[in-house]
Ligand binder design. Structure first.
Ligand code: DC
Length: 210
């Protein structure tokens, strides 16, 4: 079974996908982490041109590990969520060469396993035939607030909000696989829902399909 959970930055999709996968004993695939992991390596190696990226990817080995991503045997966890990578990932994730390479990988993984996959384009592009598609939304203010509380950075609320606005804009306006709810996705506004309520709604959708 394939479950797709999409949504903007800070919508809680990764935490929800993780909890749901644990409950169902499915594999959770955080596609944002994949884009981030490639961004760590490519930016460290200062590879920015598409043709150079293509060459580097042809000898890159990416594997999902429990709390992150392994690239060429190097385990990346905390490195994935730095402010630098928040910036870099916006650049790399709009490139065709990066998206195509990850798309193949994501589909390959999903064909072998029962998955809960979260990202921006899972229901629209990666797994258009997913049995359950959810698109999580929430106001940008509440997304920023949740992120600030989660990371214990209430004093940086305005910067977090600005970053969310910046990423919303880039993710939804890019030419390739922009952030968008699939026509057959269940759109869930979580502004006034807590984590358990969100999980309960999705659990219900999964039960209906099973
Ligand atoms: O979900 P996240 O914030 O960890 O994702 C990081 C970035 O990766 C996000 O700003 C856009 C990109 N991304 C994407 O383009 N497509 C996906 N399926 C997942 C993430």
């Amino acid at each position: 079974m394939q479950i797709a959970i999409d949504g903007p930055a800070g919508s809680g999709k990764t935490s929800v996908a993780q909890a749901l996968a644990k409950e169902l004993q499915f594999t959770h695939l955080d596609t944002g982490a994949m884009f981030r992991a490639l961004s760590v390596v490519l930016s460290e190696e200062e590879i920015r041109e598409e043709k150079d990226i293509e060459k580097r990817l042809s000898r890159t080995n990416l594997q999902m590990i429990p709390d992150g991503v392994s690239i060429d045997g190097r385990h990346l966890t905390d490195e994935l969520r730095t402010e630098t990578i928040d910036q870099e990932v916006s650049y790399y994730s709009q490139l065709k060469v990066v998206r195509d390479w990850l798309l193949a990988k994501q589909r390959e993984l999903a064909s072998e396993l029962d998955v809960v996959m979260d990202g921006r384009d899972i229901g629209t592009v990666v797994l258009p035939k997913a049995e359950v598609k959810v698109f999580l939304t929430a106001s940008k203010e509440i997304r920023a607030l949740r992120r600030a509380l989660q990371t214990n950075r209430m004093d940086e609320y305005s910067e977090i909000l600005a970053d969310i606005e910046r990423r919303d804009h880039i993710d939804s306006k890019r030419a390739l696989a922009p952030l968008r709810a699939a026509d057959d996705a269940y759109v869930l506004d979580t502004t006034e829902l807590n984590f358990d309520e969100v999980l309960e709604k999705i659990r219900h959708l999964v039960e209906e399909k099973r």
